[in-house]
Design a protein around this ligand. Structure first.
Ligand SMILES: O=C1C[C@@](O)(C(=O)O)C[C@@H](O)[C@@H]1O
Length: 157
């Protein structure tokens, strides 16, 4: 399985940026953690981090062209107001897991506004960097289930 991981604005500043909210691990630590987990489970992961909305949209569209199997995305602040990112996610017909390091539903009221939650497979919020690992584990479980269960209606004689 080949998974793309997209992180939005200011997530490159993890470890420096409000560590009491987002933790002490850096973006580099996050990429390492995800990559190590991917290695042990035979997954291919690629990454995009950008502070620019258009770059994030290009990365989402690229998942379509590159035939990526699943997307893990933390659009950061764009979660709360980007119709353009919402529209781009609607293009994809693959599992999309939305991850937030912090618990966005229990912070400032404006973070409750979520433009993408109804376009994603599910949302993991408030689990720090472990949220990305949980998203990968979910994708592994779902993929194994599809492989094990097969497509019974096609196999029936
Ligand atoms: O930049 C971020 C990070 C965030 O997506 C998170 O991971 O907790 C939550 C957003 O509200 C915020 O703007």
């Amino acid at each position: 399985m080949n998974i793309h991981v997209i992180n939005g604005p200011n997530l490159n500043m993890l470890g420096i940026r409000e560590p009491e909210i987002y933790g002490k691990e850096t973006y580099r630590d996050l990429v390492y953690k995800i990559s190590e987990h991917a290695k042990t489970h035979n997954l291919t992961v690629t990454f995009t981090q950008s502070n620019h909305e258009g770059v994030l949209i290009d990365a989402i569209q690229n998942c379509y062209y590159e035939k990526v199997d699943a997307l893990i995305i933390n659009p950061a602040a764009y979660t709360h107001y980007s119709i353009a990112i919402r529209d781009a996610l609607k293009i994809l017909d693959i599992p999309i897991i939305e991850v937030h390091l912090s618990d966005i539903m229990n912070r400032e009221p404006y973070r409750k506004n979520n433009m993408i939650s109804d376009c994603v497979t599910f949302t993991i919020s408030g689990k720090g960097t472990e949220g990305y690992i949980e998203a990968m584990d979910y994708l592994i479980t779902v993929t194994n289930k599809v492989e094990t269960d097969g497509e019974p209606e096609l196999n029936q004689v």
